[in-house]
Design a binder for this molecule. Structure first.
Ligand code: BGC
Length: 260
């Protein structure tokens, strides 16, 4: 990535983020001072199979439709190190080994891009603008969706690629037990699912001692149905940015020159 001065639009006030998920890809222009979206999100289904080329085409379509010609921050639902993809839990396996920065740069006419994990982006956004805004301590954001994503911050500094959704709890990975997809798949009631989420949070707090858990993903919209049932000792707060956190975090990452 090049010099930070070239990473936002001419005013330096706006950025562009794209959030890639297993089922949808969404993007929008972000006000970098407030963390708000400046237009409606543009959203398309994730192509199936979700190969790098097919996904990059959709990303380019979104950026083009928005008429954005500046740099772009992009999230990916797996491990990203120095712009390269190392895992693919919920997307096509051909992502593994892909140089995502090169891929998106090419698809976007050579402009600057930054690529980071989706939950890391959401954690950065909640820390800058949302539920963890004033927290100086250890913040652990977990997103409950197809999988469980994790973003760990201490005093605003991100520890990238924590992948705590893959922690083994008994025989199963945490995300297999307690993602919102698991709730749907097994038709669990909120109390039954909340008990599983508590098991995951209790395992995590025993080793990381966070000051706060921020819980995100679509199911955080119904936080009142399950957050009060959680039994962990650490305070749990619902994410504030909800379905824009990935976009906002990605736009913030490219603007600040962060490429994990
Ligand atoms: C992936 C994580 C991702 C999470 C949420 C997990 O399966 O391994 O990297 O953050 O899903 O998309």
């Amino acid at each position: 990535m090049s010099d930070a001065k070239t990473t936002t639009d001419a005013s330096g006030q706006r950025g562009f983020g794209v959030d890639i998920g297993g089922s949808g890809i969404k993007g929008g222009v972000v006000d970098l001072a407030s963390g708000e979206l400046l237009n409606d999100r543009i959203k398309y289904d994730t192509p199936q199979p979700s190969t790098p080329e097919a996904v990059a085409e959709v990303v380019a379509k979104i950026v083009d439709e928005a008429g954005w010609d500046g740099p772009v921050g992009i999230t990916y639902p797996g491990v990203v190190r120095e712009g390269k993809i190392l895992t693919a839990a919920n997307v096509d396996q051909s992502w593994i080994g892909t140089d995502a920065v090169e891929l998106f740069k090419k698809a976007l006419g050579g402009r600057d891009v930054a690529v980071l994990n989706d939950a890391d982006a959401a954690a950065v956004a909640e820390d800058q603008f949302g539920a963890a805004k004033d927290s100086q301590g250890t913040v652990l954001l977990l997103t409950f969706g197809t999988g469980i994503g994790s973003g760990l911050l201490r005093g605003g500094v991100l520890v990238p690629n924590t992948e705590l959704g893959h922690l083994k709890i008994g025989k199963h990975e945490a995300e297999h037990l307690a993602s919102s997809a698991a709730k749907d798949r097994e038709d669990l009631s909120y109390p039954d699912w909340a008990a599983r989420v508590s098991t995951v949070l209790e395992a995590l707090e025993a080793v990381l001692w966070p000051d706060v858990f921020v819980v995100g993903g679509g199911i955080s919209r119904k936080a009142d149905k399950w957050v009060p049932l959680l039994t962990c000792r650490t305070p749990v707060v619902p994410a504030v940015l909800r379905n824009t956190a990935g976009i906002v975090g990605a736009a913030h990452a490219i603007a600040t020159g962060a490429q994990p």
